[in-house]
Write a protein that binds this ligand. Structure first.
Ligand SMILES: Nc1ncnc2c1ncn2[C@@H]1O[C@H](COP(=O)(O)OP(=O)(O)OP(=O)(O)O)[C@@H](O)[C@H]1O
Length: 249
């Protein structure tokens, strides 16, 4: 019976989707739901902006996408896999396909900039020479080649943010999630970083950028907009284009 139910749910979801949320809710502890009835799907290779006021639920949604949080209800499929039915041992493999730029960077204090960026490649057991080359390329891209051996605490907030971005993309994840990735940099650097995301996206990475900064939205004309208010996805108003719901089969 369970199998039949699972089959029915599966058929309602488009096979091509890389991410599918169906009536997802999230509450922290015994509090009110901070996300409610969230349903959408992402197609591979698209670029999404997730917008909404402070406290609307953007970070919570990214945490669900990054498997850092389980939903209180509803179903989530990533890469065609039902997350709730995935054995714990397989979770790291799923997570490895997702790069995340946290709002608070989460760099490892005792590791150098280069070693922070190298982490995802070390976890994936890549060879040292491949790691050196990939890290060198990323350092150059984010303009931090001269700080390769520095410890994170000696960097400015904007520099730390660029290290966090380099670490999230160095292993070419299938999905890149970024929480306010331009919050600590000037306009010129914000532009450069968003162009980096756009180039990765052109190489096939599905990109999801959560931001309050409506200015950023115009920098990627092909991006889809997704707006969240009070924990719910809302229909677009004003200049916002149709959210990803449109992509449902
Ligand atoms: N760990 C937690 N425990 C309890 N409540 C939480 C927790 N994290 C977030 N919340 C609550 O969930 C709601 C959504 O928060 P969330 O951080 O997802 O919003 P946001 O849109 O990312 O906000 P911001 O733009 O300010 O980062 C808020 O009411 C917040 O107080």
């Amino acid at each position: 019976m369970l199998e039949a139910a699972a089959h029915r749910v599966q058929r309602r979801w488009p096979m091509a989707a890389i991410v599918q949320f169906e009536n997802v809710g999230l509450r922290y502890g015994h509090g009110e739901e901070v996300l409610r009835d969230v349903s959408f799907s992402f197609v591979p290779g698209a670029f999404y902006f997730l917008t909404g006021a402070s406290g609307a639920g953007k970070t919570s949604l990214l945490r669900l996408l990054h498997l850092a949080q389980r939903p209180s209800r509803g179903a989530i499929r990533l890469f065609g896999t039902d997350v709730a039915a995935t054995p714990k041992a397989r979770m790291p493999l799923l997570r490895r396909r997702i790069g995340m730029v946290y709002q608070d960077f989460r760099l490892i204090a005792h590791l150098s900039v280069a070693d922070n960026i190298a982490l995802p490649l070390r976890i994936a057991a890549q060879h040292d020479d491949e790691i050196r080359e990939a890290v060198g390329e990323m350092l150059a891209w984010v303009g931090l080649a001269h700080r390769a051996e520095a410890k994170p605490e000696t960097l400015s907030g904007g520099e730390q943010q660029r290290v966090a971005i380099a670490r999230a993309v160095v292993a070419r994840p299938d999905i890149l999630l970024a929480d306010e990735p331009t919050g600590n940099v000037d306009d010129a650097m914000a532009d450069r970083l968003i162009q980096l995301f756009a180039s990765l996206n052109q190489l096939g990475t599905t990109v999801v950028v959560a931001t309050h900064d409506l200015h950023l939205l115009s920098r990627v004309p092909s991006a889809q907009m997704m707006r969240i208010a009070g924990g719910r996805l809302t229909d677009p108003t004003g200049g916002l284009r149709v959210p990803p719901r449109r992509e449902r089969a």
